[in-house]
Design a protein around this ligand. Sequence first.
Ligand SMILES: CC(=O)SCCNC(=O)CCNC(=O)[C@H](O)C(C)(C)COP(=O)(O)OP(=O)(O)OC[C@H]1O[C@@H](n2cnc3c(N)ncnc32)[C@H](O)[C@@H]1OP(=O)(O)O
Length: 430
Amino acid sequence: MTLDIRDVPEADLDRALDLSYLAFHLSPGEKRRNRHRELLRRCTRIGVYDGGQLAGLAAAHLLTLSLPGGQLPCAAVDFVSVAPTHRRRGVLSSMMAELWRRCAADGQPLSCLWPSESAIYGRYGYAPATETYRIEIDSARPLALRVAPDERPLRLIDPADAPAVLGPLFDATLADRAGRFTRDEAWWRQEVLNLDGARESGSGSQPPGPPRVVVLGEPGEPPAGYALYRADGNGAGTVTVDELEAESAPAAAALWAYLASIDLTTTVRVQARPADDPLLYIAADRDQVRVTRQEIDLWVRLVDVHAALTARSWAAPVDVVLDLRDTSVPANAGRFRLTVGDGERAGAGAASGATSGAASGAASGATWKPTDDAADISLDVRELGACYLGGTRLRHLVRAGLATEHTPGAVRRLEAALETEWLPFTGENY
Ligand SMILES: CC(=O)SCCNC(=O)CCNC(=O)[C@H](O)C(C)(C)COP(=O)(O)OP(=O)(O)OC[C@H]1O[C@@H](n2cnc3c(N)ncnc32)[C@H](O)[C@@H]1OP(=O)(O)O
């Protein structure tokens, strides 16, 4: 069997979708298929051909991910499918190797994905980097909060107007939360608001199509917060919250109080919230606001460690030598000195919301240089990726035996530099 790895041309988009549906056991209708075709058309597409047969497919959306104090282009892997007749012969491994080459050529220092099975992607250097909570509010009674709600008016707006009205507030959140994707108008319309109704939104009895959009603030002024939600039922129904952003705790309190007071509903179900969501602290009765599920969210891979480390901001100065293992991308492997000389300046980038553009190493104040000096810490690129957005504590990985500290105190110092004000959060899927 001679396998040939090459780009999947647009002419093969339908074959690629058929392979994907075969691998995932799906039979979508025309609307969903059209959506998938359009998504796949915009992706980088790597195919493995066995003669005339497409036997393997890996695609990557070209997205931009928020980092502590910045943003970087990110290859967001999707549609990974190998024909059942060709599995376990290294097809996936060959596609991942090709993906690293493409990332280097296309200037994407990061890659991310949601795995179909957690056991698959660690071997390729991916690690869980963000976490999400599912939250349920018992709204059969008024929501008791310890913070007085912002008293500005709430209004429902046409979802078609939402990208323009909500976009600036969402963009501002990127400076606080690493792990989020930037959005353009098309992303808002199709992926977030489902304006064409092609996305598989609406679980169970929840209606598909666009969500309700409620905005906090005086008309004509920038909103202080918003929520995207759906309501169903008749008497004991459920409000399902897709997204909620607020500029302050009182603004968030106003929106949560609104969602919990919608008539004919008794439960508010929140699909994805950060693990440090202020709601968990301002709820006066924590029995009324329960975390019903805790999940790994986004998996991240540092494809170009130098670009990744010099693009983020750092919370404290640090000077450590890391002995880094990377079996898939050898250019990352070796002993390197990470120096962040000016912690104050590095932190200021995040505080001022310096989020525009791609890699901007100048703002981070970090250098990452090869060295012959003895290592302070040894670890795999997978563990560095887990800590990169600030969601995993390096000391926990050392305690778990996945990284080694050679110089006492080095792990604490690096951990202090990696720390972020808020935990990273993704909160949406593509
Ligand atoms: C981001 C995404 O799109 S996630 C979606 C992934 N796709 C799916 O789940 C669809 C159904 N499954 C498939 O299409 C295939 O089985 C794939 C893509 C998961 C694996 O493709 P294959 O070509 O069989 O993988 P390949 O032969 O390259 O295996 C590489 C390694 O991963 C391991 N591996 C592959 N699949 C799995 C799995 N499901 N669970 C655990 N290990 C796995 C192999 O054992 C092998 O290990 P080794 O390097 O130690 O020998």
